[in-house]
Design a protein around this ligand. Structure first.
Ligand code: ZN
Length: 292
């Protein structure tokens, strides 16, 4: 599964940029925002890595360091293939004196450029990096056109890093979203099960801990929670409870997130708040049985 999806997303991540380059003369991987943010490269890298990591998730394999290494190799293959495909399709049009993307005529490898020699794959890309003007613009106003070998190489390096970041991010986001059960060698299930008003948080957590600490307690989570979930909403925010569980080894835990009003008066996830606690599987059965 991960191999098929990995190859599929690799092909897509190569095919789309090449297609855009050929039809629109626009290099997706060299598209930057705010001068240095390589959003184009990050997007291509993300697409490139997504299939591999999603495939690992779907086939219940744990995402490990070696998979990130495979992702990095795929990103390098992706970059090379995009460059090589556009190079193979670069022909020189005698009439317009311009490079066109086609499959017939005079391939650019038949030409030479002073200082670079014959336009082989390497020489041509070196020439492009060192001589393509880089436009700096600010709110659609062009500030400067820079054509400088150093700037060219720095920009190229930033794009390469962007590609790697995009690919690694694809892996990290899937790895972070799904929790793996090392005992059963598969991903745990998760769902959001309830929210409680922020103002009742203190009382709720106290009661929750006392229920969980009492090993003999058979108070079901749902019964304990009901009186809090029925409370009126608090305009200042709420706690959201997620249930993460493994049906095979019958383990469960609760993860709480706090959403509260920020300085801009919007309800937002407060990332400083994190509260995870293990709970006996039987106590959560009402939530597990009900459809997500
Ligand atoms: Zn398990």
């Amino acid at each position: 599964m991960s191999i098929i999806l990995g190859l599929l997303s690799l092909v897509i991540s190569i095919g789309i940029p090449v297609l855009i380059a050929v039809t629109l003369h626009f290099q997706v991987i060299h598209f930057c925002l705010f001068f240095i943010l390589p959003v184009g490269a990050i997007a291509v890298g993300y697409v490139c890595g997504f299939g591999l990591f999603k495939g690992l998730h779907l086939s219940q394999k744990k995402i490990k360091g070696v998979h990130f290494l495979v992702g990095i190799i795929m990103a390098v293959i992706c970059l090379f293939s995009i460059k090589y495909a556009t190079y193979s399709l670069s022909y020189f049009d005698d009439q317009t004196q311009e490079i066109v993307y086609t499959t017939q005529g005079d391939h650019i490898s038949n030409y030479e450029i002073e200082g670079y020699g014959q336009l082989t794959f390497i020489n041509y890309n070196k020439y492009l990096i060192e001589n393509t003007p880089i436009s700096f613009s600010y709110r659609t106003r062009d500030i400067a056109d820079v054509s400088n070998p150093v700037v060219g190489w720095v920009t190229f390096l930033i794009d390469c890093i962007g590609l790697l970041i995009g690919c690694i991010y694809a892996g990290l986001s899937i790895k972070g979203k799904y929790i793996y059960c090392n005992t059963c060698k598969k991903y745990k299930k998760s769902k959001t099960i309830f929210t409680i008003p922020k103002s009742s948080g203190e009382a709720f957590f106290k009661e929750l801990e006392s229920v969980l600490n009492n090993i003999n307690s058979d108070t079901l989570l749902k019964d304990m929670v009901n009186k809090y979930t029925e409370l009126e909403n608090d305009v200042n925010g709420y706690y959201e409870c997620g249930l993460v569980y493994c049906e095979s080894c019958k383990t469960a835990s609760l993860t709480f997130k706090l959403y509260e009003r920020n300085k801009k008066n919007k309800i937002e996830n407060n990332r400083n708040f994190n509260y995870d606690i293990d709970i006996r599987y039987e106590l959560t059965r009402d939530f597990i049985q009900q459809p997500a």
